[in-house]
Design a protein around this ligand. Structure first.
Ligand SMILES: NC(=O)c1ccc[n+]([C@@H]2O[C@H](COP(=O)([O-])OP(=O)(O)OC[C@H]3O[C@@H](n4cnc5c(N)ncnc54)[C@H](OP(=O)(O)O)[C@@H]3O)[C@@H](O)[C@H]2O)c1
Length: 338
């Protein structure tokens, strides 16, 4: 089978090589999937740039999301059959014609969901669902700020907040993305290139502040977000895109920019900070991932979740797809098909 290896950190055009390797065999509890499409995630760009500590050493095959057909099942797998159409989260290894994963990280998808769309459901939609449905409980009327709303996770969070009848604030970095946020139903889209989100939130909420913030930007954005929370407010930190493509000094500045927090500083104003790392959750509690994935597929089938596929690339254009994501051109999911 063909697998796309990351062979070099740095520029996308020199980073990948397609190699022929044997098709893996599933062991107990695992499943082998014939991949029709696999998804890209921002973490892949970070791994390519040598900035993702969970990534395996190079040469390695990246890839968290695949969609395709079950080809073989290992012992003790009871909820899947050969031939099932599935979406699955892979612990790397997704950039390949066949991928192996824990059967609990796999969900059957209806025929109505195409393969490229299905790749959005695993990492991005599960992260959004776990953060918004399990780590916080959104209530109707909650004022919710979603940073990087035009991205894959951002899109999912907006759709979930809309379903929960929240008042949605969301940031993005261009007018094209602001238009996209309006189409998604965001009540207060904020172009952070031209407007300071903290000032905008103050103005719009009459200084009352927000109930929930989802932040994958990190750095100063978290400090400003924390200040923008009302009593009972929660900020969910699930990424640090502000730290990408920066030298050591820039990274240090971004790290300090987060601010320093003592529990008393949370207790007195009644605010909470929550960290989410879906990989850690999937590794330690695969049943949580299974639960989230099942709910995500149900919400997609019922029309609550409508993943946007920003662009689909051929496997041979993997480098272009990485550049597309890295240069912030994407809206929604970027998928690759074989
Ligand atoms: N903790 C977890 O388990 C988990 C799981 C999945 C994803 N994540 C994180 O969530 C974030 C979104 O992931 P995604 O897959 O939805 O990514 P995505 O679709 O590529 O969206 C990322 C968005 O981040 C914004 N951005 C801010 N700084 C950037 C930078 N330096 N380079 C490129 N884009 C930048 C861009 O929006 P603007 O142009 O509007 O700024 C871009 O649209 C990433 O930080 C990712 O690492 C975390």
């Amino acid at each position: 089978m063909k697998a796309i290896f990351l062979i070099k950190n740095g520029s996308a055009q020199q980073a990948f090589e397609t190699r022929e390797i044997p098709i893996p065999t599933p062991t107990s509890g695992q499943v082998l999937i014939k991949v029709d499409a696999f998804g890209l995630n921002f973490a892949d760009v970070m791994a390519r740039n040598g900035m993702y500590k969970d990534a395996p050493p190079i040469p390695c095959v990246l890839g968290y999301d695949v969609a395709g057909t079950v080809e073989k099942i290992g012992e003790e797998v009871t909820h899947l059959k050969v031939g099932n159409r599935v979406t699955a989260m892979t612990r790397f290894g997704g950039y390949a014609e066949y991928a192996i994963t824990d059967a609990r990280a796999t969900a059957i998808i209806p025929e109505t969901i195409d393969a490229a769309t299905a790749t959005a459901l695993t990492t991005q939609y599960c992260t959004a669902y776990f953060s918004a449905a399990e780590m916080v409980n959104l209530h109707p009327g909650n004022k919710v700020l979603i940073h990087s709303g035009a991205g894959g996770v951002g899109t999912a969070l907006i759709q979930f907040a809309k379903y929960k009848q929240c008042e949605i604030f969301s940031t993005a970095g261009s007018e094209e993305k602001i238009k996209y946020l309006k189409q998604l139903g965001v009540h207060h889209p904020i172009n952070y290139q031209t407007h300071d989100f903290e000032k905008e939130v103050k103005k719009i909420t009459n200084e009352k502040g927000l109930d929930v913030i989802f932040d994958a930007v990190g750095g100063k954005s978290v400090k400003k977000g924390f200040r923008s929370l009302a009593a009972g407010g929660r900020i969910i930190c699930y990424g640090a895109s502000d730290m990408t493509n920066k030298n050591l000094w820039g990274k240090l500045k971004a790290a300090i920019g987060f601010g320093f927090y003592h529990p008393v500083m949370l207790m007195m104003p009644s605010k909470a900070m929550i960290g989410v790392n879906m990989l850690s959750v999937a590794d330690q509690h695969p049943q949580i991932l299974q639960r989230c994935l099942t709910e995500v597929v149900k919400l997609t089938a019922s029309g609550v979740f409508k993943p946007t596929v920003g662009k689909v690339f051929e496997a041979s254009a993997i480098a272009d797809a990485h550049e597309y994501l890295e240069k912030r051109k994407s809206m929604g999911k970027v998928a690759i098909q074989w």
